[in-house]
Design a protein around this ligand. Sequence first.
Ligand SMILES: [Zn+2]
Length: 170
Amino acid sequence: MQRIYKFAGYISCVHCGLNLRCKTGNSSVDYGYYKDMARARALPCPAGGYLQVRTEHVMQQFGELLQGLRLPAYWRDMVREQMIEAAQKAGFDQEAMEREKERLRLKRGRILKQHRDGYIEDEEMEAEVAAVELALRALEVPETNGRLVDSRDGRGTPRYGHAYLGTWRA
Ligand SMILES: [Zn+2]
């Protein structure tokens, strides 16, 4: 059976830093190993360079890690702030966007008027208004309730990320 090593390339020996190599276990068992190849490659490793960890143990530890992850309390603001920054860097044009919003509002007004005057059916009006509102919503600037959000504000926001990977003990 072909085994998939999901963590290949992501975990390394905590002692020598070498990436662990995938290693198929005995055919009678349902797991493989990630193995430190330092000794086989004659590289120095304080732990001997031959330790290995069962794939299922890595899986379990990763599950615990995911469960322990907590998003920072202000993650929405942080994402918004980053989106605004990215848009500004990409040459975001506030005025052009306002013009487009105004154009969409006028279009919505025309659709409603056509409907009132009996030129278009309910269904068509609803579909067109929905399309306009969708476009309008896509243009909404993420609001930050009038305040600038600083994600580096010392609220003790927990940091998380890849730093945890690679600390499995082989
Ligand atoms: Zn090692």
